[in-house]
Design a protein around this ligand. Structure first.
Ligand code: GAF
Length: 380
């Protein structure tokens, strides 16, 4: 949908509202190369934006109402309009909660008003590629753009996080919205969540004969939210016991009760792996990041326990077929894995993963190579 996603949203807007939108804004999904479950521990992450995006065609309204429609496979779904003044957490369910949550937060910030919004997009949903954050970020840029406000991207990321935490009710960190807002073409974004420091690190796997293959398992297990929140609370407890502000500051796991040790171990070692990966990328030693990706997966599987059998099979089968490393990405319990694959082995890896899925009786995974793409912005 990439080159035409903006047109699809704008055309549907014209059909619904009888006039062209005032503008179209879009935001990408993301792949996190490494640095998982470190964001809410004040740690390091290293995402890049994928070419898949969500577009929001928008025009202002004077009556404090937000109307929402989405275009999916040519079908337009019109949602119940929401009145800004009546928005409260829990008042809106389903996909509308994401844009509504953003409007709710912006209103508290004194920006953004009523608007007609029409959404189109091609970020695979429920695949751990941040489709909901891309919708939230595109909505935020649209509402801000309509109102003429121009806050910093890190403020927008914090507001989107607030919408996600307080309105949608998911206790997520800052990784996904910052990735969507701040990633740039041909780079990974090295983000220190504590300080907010960002560094764009060139990432051209193709120049090294490599590809980042995304393997969407197409499963999303229940417990996602509670499993995520439980890990997050475990990390906070561990930091408390250790007497540090967050696990970012933990030097080791000594002194922790048995059940909290693996959580701390994951966060400590994962932050180290991010730093090492950045160093290797800067030295153009791309192939050597493979083992770090695999170590990240093992840590998420064994210590943090957020993997699942489909993700484990995906990572294992990819490596067996020649990937230099593979890992689950995102929150876990389903969604996607990535594999670092020598270009000439791409087909073999895809076949190996597909066969392993079939042998386990799983549905077919969706696979595509992802290249670092542009972050969020105004299209029209
Ligand atoms: C999800 C969350 F939204 C992120 O904030 C991050 O914690 C990630 O899981 C795990 O690294 O994508």
């Amino acid at each position: 949908m990439n080159s035409t996603g903006s047109n699809i949203a704008a055309d549907a807007f014209r059909r619904l509202h009888g006039a062209a939108p005032a503008g179209v804004w879009s935001a990408p999904g993301r792949v996190n190369l490494i640095g998982e479950h470190t964001d809410y521990n004040d740690g390091f992450v290293l995402p890049f934006a994928i070419p898949h995006r969500t577009w929001v065609a928008a025009s202002p309204r004077e009556d404090g109402v937000i109307t929402l429609a989405s275009v999916q496979d040519g079908q337009v779904e019109v949602a119940e309009p929401v009145r800004l003044a009546e928005l409260e957490p829990g008042t809106v369910q389903g996909w509308v909660a994401y844009p509504a949550g953003v409007a709710w937060v912006l209103r508290q910030q004194g920006v953004g008003g009523g608007a007609d919004l029409v959404v189109a997009g091609d970020v695979p949903r429920g695949a751990g590629l941040s489709s909901s954050h891309s919708l939230e970020v595109a909505t935020a840029l649209a509402l801000l753009g309509l109102s003429g406000a121009d806050p910093s991207r890190s403020d927008i990321a914090k507001w989107v996080q607030q919408a996600e935490n307080d309105f949608v009710g998911a206790p997520t960190g800052l990784l996904d919205q910052t990735a969507s807002l701040c990633c740039t073409d041909a780079h990974v974004l090295f983000l220190d969540v504590r300080s907010g420091r960002q560094e764009q690190v060139p990432f051209d796997a193709g120049a090294h004969g490599l590809e980042v293959l995304v393997i969407d398992t197409r499963v999303s297990h229940s417990l996602v939210e509670s499993g995520y929140g439980e890990r997050r609370r475990g990390c906070e407890r561990a930091a408390d016991v250790l007497g540090v502000a967050s696990l970012r500051d933990a030097a080791g796991e000594e002194g922790l009760p048995d059940e909290l040790r693996p959580l701390a171990r994951h966060v400590i070692t994962e932050n180290e792996r991010v730093l090492k990966t950045v160093e290797l990328l800067k030295q153009e030693r791309y192939a050597e990041i493979g083992p770090l990706l695999s170590a990240s997966h093992a840590s998420l599987r064994d210590d943090y326990r957020v993997s699942c059998v489909e993700l484990d099979v995906a990572a294992e089968a990819a490596e067996k077929a020649g990937a230099l490393g593979a890992r689950m990405i995102g929150g876990g319990f389903g969604g996607s894995a990535i594999a670092l694959v020598p270009r000439e082995l791409r087909e073999r890896v895809e076949t190996g993963v597909a066969e392993a899925f079939a042998a386990h009786g799983f549905g077919s995974p969706r696979m595509f190579a992802a290249v670092p793409s542009a972050g969020a912005g105004r299209d029209v």
